[in-house]
Ligand binder design. Structure first.
Ligand SMILES: [Zn+2]
Ligand SMILES: [Zn+2]
Length: 192
């Protein structure tokens, strides 16, 4: 049932890793994170990724300590080497590592190269609960239990059969299914 935990990190890795050179200032890093709407940058030295700097690093190691972001270099506050996992690590192992190291994102390394990044939020987004039957629904393997899904405009998710039962979204009262069609006899197991 809980397939997500046994899935590989590869399935949630995003390859759009944004980088910054280690000689850049923390102010430049903060601006880049802001303009891209992300919470971390991979840090490069001669074009090779050697570390990671996060929003939290900027707050804890620069702002909270009264250092000037214009004068502080990224290399002075980054975490280096970065904590990485391989693409074939399971999500269960990745969560365990994040918890132990108290970090919220991991870089993915394959054959000595950083190939991507993912965050705790990417993992959480994989697992949803059907609002009617309260069973876990894996978005990685939605047909896991052979059940098609219906996603309401409000984001609530239902098994199709559950949506047929409630008809109106339990969360926002939107009608989930416009026409409830009685299944054709050949679509059912009835009549054996
Ligand atoms: Zn359900
Ligand atoms: Zn809804």
């Amino acid at each position: 049932m809980i397939m997500v935990m046994d899935s590989k990190v590869r399935a949630i890795t995003r390859s759009d890793v944004v980088t910054i050179d280690e000689d850049s200032t923390v102010e430049e890093a903060a601006k880049l994170m802001g303009s891209k709407g992300i919470g971390a940058l991979a840090v490069t030295r001669n074009g090779r990724i050697v570390g990671i700097i996060t929003e939290r690093d900027v707050l804890k190691r620069v702002v909270a300590e009264g250092r000037d972001p214009k004068l502080t270099k990224v290399r002075d506050v980054m975490t280096s080497p970065p904590i990485t996992v391989g693409p074939d690590t399971t999500i269960r192992e990745a969560i365990d590592l994040m918890n132990r190291r108290r970090i919220r994102r991991l870089l993915v390394e394959e054959e000595g190269r950083i190939v991507g990044i993912f965050t705790q939020r990417d993992i959480l987004a994989l697992t949803r609960i059907c609002l009617y039957c309260v069973k876990e629904v894996s978005l990685l393997a939605p047909t896991d239990d052979g059940e098609p899904l219906i996603v309401c405009g409000c984001g609530a998710i239902y098994h199709k059969s559950c949506a047929t039962t409630v008809v109106y979204c339990l969360d926002c009262s939107t009608r989930l299914i416009e026409v409830i069609r009685a299944p054709a006899p050949e679509d059912t197991l009835a009549g054996d």
